[in-house]
Design a protein around this ligand. Structure first.
Ligand code: CA
Ligand code: CA
Ligand code: CA
Ligand code: CA
Length: 327
């Protein structure tokens, strides 16, 4: 139950027989997506894992014997609601790079190192189930940044009776910081706490096995990035990216995320400036592909006419044909 996560498993395909064993059990917290990628070009595919309320984590393939999570500060320092990850050698230096989808910047949270968003896993009313409490930082009446619950009182009351016992009216709740909510006694019940310091989506450059983050352009920060396809759409030899997302499941206080209509990142080749990408952002009008809704799946089927197939939440599947350019 959120924010607890069950184990992840590596399923071994042993000559057509699928097996799991104790060594294939992995504790990776809330995993959303993963990509096989030989990040260090040693011939063994490694696993790069995207996680919610956590960092991206790299599991290095030790000569085919085991997958070992690596402690990499560049990865651990960026904690987000990472929904999706794809790989492609975008600058064609022989090392695969990555695009990592996050919540985006179209929200009121402004998560940062100094002012993170926190998630408290705590059973406030003592009924045996966790009442996850999410907080962020906003200015108080005196202009000082204070930590407040993110949800409206109505939403919290519907989640746990703790809140209507604690707050008799909206006025007292509206000025209540996390310290008013969780006093010392209640904090004893805290099971664990997670935090994120970025909601932006990024390109993760792989510089010969060292990682460097570069924010995706503004027009890609409008909505959560849930699904992506890496494919050389215009046949120039450089991998491009189709980016889809949105989320209609957030609470009232956060609202609908629906601003991504399907975005193509056209790779313009080698970096113009060292260390900077040169992706051209194509709108649906420019690319001819429009993905309106909450995207749950996105697939590319290769064929005489290749197909981009998109699955939406509570809506029909959309299919776009894509004629490959002759090379
Ligand atoms: Ca490797
Ligand atoms: Ca590269
Ligand atoms: Ca509870
Ligand atoms: Ca291309």
């Amino acid at each position: 139950m959120f924010p607890y996560a069950t184990h992840s498993w590596l399923i071994i395909n042993d000559k057509g027989k699928l097996t799991v064993n104790t060594s294939s059990k992995l504790d990776l917290s809330m995993v959303t997506d993963a990509v096989w990628t030989d990040y260090d070009n040693d011939g063994w595919p490694d696993l790069l894992v995207a996680r919610e309320w956590n960092s991206v984590v790299l599991l290095k393939n030790m000569n085919g014997k085991e997958l070992v999570p690596q402690l990499i500060p560049e990865l651990e320092n960026q904690r987000g609601i990472w929904y999706s990850i794809v790989a492609g050698d975008f600058n064609k230096d022989g090392y695969e790079d990555y695009i990592v989808g996050n919540l985006g910047e179209n929200n009121r949270f402004n998560a940062s190192d100094k002012y993170p968003m926190n998630l408290y896993a705590i059973d406030l009313d003592g009924d045996g189930t966790i009442d996850p409490l999410i907080t962020g930082y906003w200015n108080d009446q005196n202009g000082n940044m204070k930590e407040y619950p993110l949800n409206y009182l109505d939403e919290l009351v519907s989640q746990s009776s703790f809140f209507n016992k604690k707050f008799k009216d909206y006025a007292s709740f509206s000025v209540a910081t996390i310290n008013d909510l969780l006093d010392e006694n209640i904090l004893k019940k805290l099971q664990f706490k997670l935090d994120i310091n970025t909601t932006s989506s990024y390109i993760l450059w792989n510089e010969k096995g060292k990682f460097r983050w570069e924010k995706l352009p503004e027009s890609l920060q409008v909505s959560p990035i849930k699904k992506m396809i890496v494919h050389d759409f215009n046949g120039d030899g450089y991998p491009d990216v189709l980016v889809a997302g949105n989320d209609y499941t957030y609470d009232v206080s956060t609202g609908y995320y629906d601003a991504n209509k399907g975005i193509v990142l056209l790779n313009k080749g080698k970096n113009k400036k060292e260390g900077e990408s040169s992706f051209e952002v194509l709108s649906p009008a420019q690319s001819g592909i429009l993905l309106q809704g909450m995207v749950e799946s996105l697939l590319y089927f290769k064929g005489d006419t290749s197909l981009v197939v998109t699955g939406f939440n509570r809506a029909k599947v959309s299919v776009y044909g894509h004629a490959e350019k002759a090379k």
